[in-house]
Design a protein around this ligand. Structure first.
Ligand SMILES: NC(=O)c1ccc[n+]([C@@H]2O[C@H](COP(=O)([O-])OP(=O)(O)OC[C@H]3O[C@@H](n4cnc5c(N)ncnc54)[C@H](O)[C@@H]3O)[C@@H](O)[C@H]2O)c1
Length: 393
C-alpha cells in the first residue's frame, strides 16, 4: 500500500488532535494512502521526545526548517500559532511538500495571499483544517442544501460563543495581534464563515456593518509554558501586557444570492463553552446546528402540509445514510470532537491519491476567501462602514 510520511509542526492543543487523527485514520477508514507518523516538531522546553513517544511519532525534532526540507517527508501539517503558518507553509511548499494547515489560514490577509501564490506556483496540494465541515451533521446539511431541500436561502445566522477568557487567563499568544492576527474573530468567526460558505455553497459579497470589542485590555504575563501554549511575552512576577486583539466581533453580511446573514464570535459569552451554531432559512425549509449537540441536525420541511410542519431532530448517526458514520460505531453510538479531525485526515489522503473527498475539502485558495471575509469585517468595524468583498483582495 502507498504511504506518505507526515511531519507535524507544533504539539499543543491541535498537535494532540492531529496526532490522534493521523494515528486513527487507517484503523477506522481504508484510505488509499497510509499516513506514516514520521516526525513531530516541538520547542525544546516542550519535550518533543516525550510527545512523540506518547502519540506514536517515530521521531522528534526541534528544527522545523530542516524538518520541512527533509527528503523523507511528503506532507507537512502546520499546527503552530497563526503568525507561523505562512513561514512554515511557504518553506514546505518551496521544498515540494504537500501542506495541511490549521485555520485561520494565516494571521493576516497578506500572509494568506502569499501562501496561495506559493501553492499555485508549486505542484503541491494544500488543505486547511476547517474540521467542523466534517461533523456528519454539517456534511449532511451541505448535502441537503445541494439537493435543493431548502429552496432559495434567505437567512443565515451563525454564532460561535465561548466563555474561557476571563481576567484570570494570562496573555497567551491568542491575545497578541502580531502572533494571532485577531482574537475571537480569527479563532471563531473563521469557522462559522467557512461553515456557512460550505453549507450554502455561496459566497459572502458584502459586509454591511461590524463591531469589535476588547473587554479586558491588559493581562498578566504567563509564567512558563502554559497549557494553552506559548506566551506572548516573557514570564515574570506580576508583570502585565496589553491585549491587542478583540474579545468579540459581530457583523452583518450579504450572500451572493441576496440572502442576509449575521455572525457573532465571542470568548466571554458566559454560559457557552463551545456553542458553534448556524440556522439557515430557505423558501422550502430550514436547518439548525449546534456543535454542543453535534450528533443532531434539525431540519424543517416547509413543503409538508402546514398541519404537520415542525422541526425534525435528525440523529446523524446512521451508517447507511450519514457521511463518515459507517466507519465509526453502530446507530446512535455517538461520536465527538476528535472524529471530525479523523474524518478530515481521511479526506486529505483521498485527495492526495487523486480521489474526490467525501464532501468538499478547503484548500489554501478556499480558505483565503474566508480570510477575505474576516478582513472585510475588521475593516468595517474599524472604519464603521459597509465593505464590498470585491475591494478586499
Ligand atoms: N480547528 C480547530 O478547531 C482549532 C482549534 C484550536 C486551535 N486551532 C488552530 O491551531 C493552531 C494552533 O493552536 P493550538 O491551540 O494548538 O495552540 P497551542 O498554543 O496549544 O500550540 C502551539 C504549538 O505551536 C508551536 N509553536 C509556537 N511558536 C512557534 C514558533 N515560533 N515556531 C514553531 N512552532 C511554534 C509550539 O510548539 C506549540 O506546541 C492555531 O492556528 C489555531 O488557530 C484550530
Amino acid at each position: 500500500m502507498a504511504t506518505i510520511n507526515v511531519a507535524l509542526i507544533g504539539q499543543g492543543f491541535m498537535g494532540r488532535s492531529h496526532s490522534n487523527a493521523w494515528g486513527q485514520v487507517a484503523k477506522f477508514f481504508k484510505p488509499p494512502i497510509k499516513p506514516v507518523m514520521h516526525t513531530v516538531f516541538g520547542q525544546p522546553e516542550e519535550n518533543p521526545q516525550a510527545f512523540a513517544a506518547n502519540w506514536g511519532w517515530q521521531n522528534a525534532a526541534t528544527d522545523w526548517e530542516a524538518l520541512v526540507k527533509s527528503p523523507e517527508i511528503g506532507l507537512v501539517d502546520v499546527v503552530t500559532p497563526n503568525y507561523m503558518h505562512a513561514p512554515v507553509a511557504k518553506a514546505a511548499i518551496l521544498a515540494g511538500k504537500h501542506v495541511a494547515c490549521e485555520k485561520p489560514i494565516a494571521g493576516t490577509l497578506a500572509d494568506a495571499r502569499e501562501m496561495v501564490e506559493a501553492a499555485k506556483k508549486a505542484n503541491v496540494k494544500t488543505f486547511v483544517w476547517f474540521n467542523y465541515r466534517r461533523c456528519p451533521a454539517v456534511a449532511l446539511a451541505h448535502q441537503l442544501v445541494k439537493q435543493g431541500k431548502l429552496g432559495e436561502i434567505r437567512h443565515v445566522r451563525a454564532t460561535y460563543l465561548q466563555d474561557w477568557a476571563d481576567d484570570n487567563v494570562p496573555l497567551l499568544w491568542r491575545f497578541d495581534k502580531t502572533l494571532a492576527g485577531s482574537g475571537a474573530h480569527g479563532d471563531l468567526n473563521a469557522h462559522i464563515v467557512d461553515m456557512t460558505r460550505f453549507v450554502t455553497g455561496m459566497e459572502i459579497v458584502e459586509i454591511a456593518g461590524a463591531i469589535a470589542e476588547t473587554f479586558i485590555k491588559k493581562r498578566k504575563l504567563p509564567t512558563g509554558v502554559s497549557a494553552g501554549g506559548i506566551a506572548s511575552g516573557r514570564a515574570g512576577a506580576d508583570q502585565w501586557g496589553d491585549v491587542t486583539v478583540d474579545d468579540a466581533v459581530l457583523f452583518l453580511a450579504r450572500f451572493s444570492n441576496g440572502a442576509v446573514a449575521s455572525f457573532e464570535a465571542a470568548r466571554q459569552a458566559t454560559g457557552n463553552q463551545n456553542r458553534n451554531t448556524f440556522e439557515i432559512n430557505g423558501t422550502k425549509g430550514a436547518l439548525k446546528f449546534d456543535f454542543e449537540r453535534m450528533n443532531e441536525l434539525l431540519f424543517y420541511d416547509a413543503t409538508l402540509p402546514r398541519a404537520v410542519q415542525g422541526w425534525t431532530n435528525i440523529m446523524v448517526t446512521h451508517g447507511g445514510d450519514h457521511p463518515y458514520v459507517a466507519n465509526w460505531w453502530p446507530d446512535a453510538h455517538i461520536i465527538g470532537y476528535e472524529h471530525g479531525f479523523v474524518n478530515q485526515a481521511y479526506d486529505i489522503l483521498k485527495v492526495l491519491a487523486g480521489e474526490e473527498p467525501t464532501v468538499p475539502l478547503p484548500d489554501f485558495e478556499d480558505a483565503y476567501n474566508t480570510q477575505r471575509v474576516l478582513e472585510a469585517a475588521l475593516i468595517s468595524a474599524a472604519e464603521r462602514r459597509p465593505v464590498n468583498l470585491d475591494d478586499v483582495k
